[in-house]
Design a protein around this ligand. Sequence first.
Ligand code: ADP
Length: 257
Amino acid sequence: MSEAILDCKGVTRRFGGLVALDTLDLQMPRGAILGLIGPNGSGKTTFFNVLTGIYGFSDGAAAFDGRDITAYSSQEVYRAGIARTFQRSRMCLPLSVFDNIMVGNHKRLDHGLWANVFARKKLRKAFEESYEEAHELVKIFDPPLAERMFEPVAGFPMIDRRRIEICRALISHPKLLLLDEPSAGMTHEETRQLMDDILEVRDRIKDLSIIIIEHEMGVIERITDRCIVLNFGRKIAEGTYQDVANDREVQEAYLGA
Ligand code: ADP
């Protein structure tokens, strides 16, 4: 692992009188999987929303891949190489697996009006390449699913929808992937499978860094290199899973002891 891909200093977000995220410092080594954990309402999703330009920073700053992204819009963050999934599945159910993944590929397929009229060959080639790439991505997760690229997403179980959502994020070639509670709504066994998939993705895509939000601490024990624990918007612990699991303040936050 080399230098930090993401360097956040004092990131703060207020909503009126509520401090949803309180002076968060976070350094993310390139190629790592970082777990962001904490009880409900502790500021995890707010951090993703601030980082991806959905909410502005009330205070603090973030540098990504050497660039100051503090004032970036969502599109600028996406173009810089940060892609995310959302806690609630955001799929267009009547559309196919392939179409849903292509939603994440507009960077490459947006050739403008003139290209649509005069550069059809070029467009067709871009489209074919996109299909190959989407197919390869889906295969990492689940080879049988890759044979059903033109079936509507509505017919697939939650775990496959999550996989498709992650493929949609990956098709933009991000350097940092943000996963917001991908296990939400899944069984233990599905969650275990999805965590295996995420490890596989990290191994196959060189230098991809991942931050995963998780409510259940045990779920990410296997897959994270480091964890940060939030409580009431504040970082209360940081370290390996074992470090944070043994931390008294963390245990109190979870158990209310
Ligand atoms: P988590 O993801 O850890 O469950 P959130 O980041 O969603 O927590 O929320 C942190 C706190 O910020 C909560 O108290 C939540 O109600 C509040 N919050 C989040 N978004 C908004 C918003 N748009 N307006 C007002 N309060 C918000």
